[in-house]
Design a protein around this ligand. Structure first.
Ligand SMILES: [Zn+2]
Length: 230
């Protein structure tokens, strides 16, 4: 009988438990590269060809792996998602209150736990490394490194030369569903932007100042003025 393994994301990591020290623990970098490679394989197998990965794409992938998705209706302040590999099969719970992009990201993150951290899978790394691995996997699943660099090159953005406006242009032209926060983090990590230069940016406001008010907002404003509701 399979035992129940739960992963509560964000809500605290359990201390690592060694399995007799028999498993060879590779370097973290090797592990993260392995996660990225796995994410690219999932993209290939499921026909994801752009950095615009939708909820429909994620649902299709989940159906393939027979993972149930359960939306939490309650208020969850600290938990984004949870992976459970129980006797009734794998279930991912996602907070209902998450905006779409974060939901997509959370489903991508939890998919990594399904692929690598199920009960009985050999334990390769400690919990903290496993969590970072899930983040790395999710980012690569939505917007692979190589594609990211390609989009930057197309925009004429070179290493060290990315401003906050550059990130907004990247988001707009690539139509990616990866969040501004993730796009900015990666720009710093890949050294497109100097450390700290993209911290604290109000992305939506900056986007509006560059491209004007989004259509949906204009419609909301129009409805409110005309019908007195939004
Ligand atoms: Zn996790």
């Amino acid at each position: 009988m399979r035992s129940l393994r739960k992963r509560n994301d964000i809500s605290g990591l359990k201390p690592s438990r060694s399995q007799g020290g028999r498993e060879r623990v590779g370097t973290r970098t090797t592990y993260y590269e392995k996660m990225k490679s796995a994410a690219r394989t999932v993209r290939q197998e499921h026909g994801l060809t752009s950095p615009k990965v939708t909820l429909t794409d994620m649902r299709r992938i989940y159906r393939h792996y027979q993972i149930k998705v359960d939306y939490w209706k309650g208020r969850l302040k600290t938990v984004r998602g949870q992976y459970t590999d129980g006797p009734d099969g794998p279930v991912v719970m996602v907070s209902h209150s998450l905006p779409t992009e974060q939901r997509i990201f959370t489903l991508a993150h939890e998919l990594k736990h399904h692929l690598f951290d199920r009960t009985g899978n050999p334990r390769e790394v400690d919990d903290q490394c496993s969590e970072i691995g899930a983040e790395v996997f999710a980012v690569e699943l939505i917007f692979p490194d190589a594609d990211y660099r390609e989009h930057m090159a197309k925009l004429g953005i070179e290493l060290g030369g990315c401003s906050a406006e550059g990130i907004v242009r990247l988001k707009r032209t690539s139509v990616t569903t990866l969040s501004y926060t993730s796009l900015a983090k990666r720009a710093t990590f890949l050294e497109y932007a100097p450390e700290g230069s993209l911290d604290g940016v109000k992305w939506k406001l900056l986007e509006e100042s560059m491209y004007g008010e989004p259509v949906y907002k204009r419609i909301q404003r129009y409805r409110k003025a005309r019908f007195g509701s939004s």
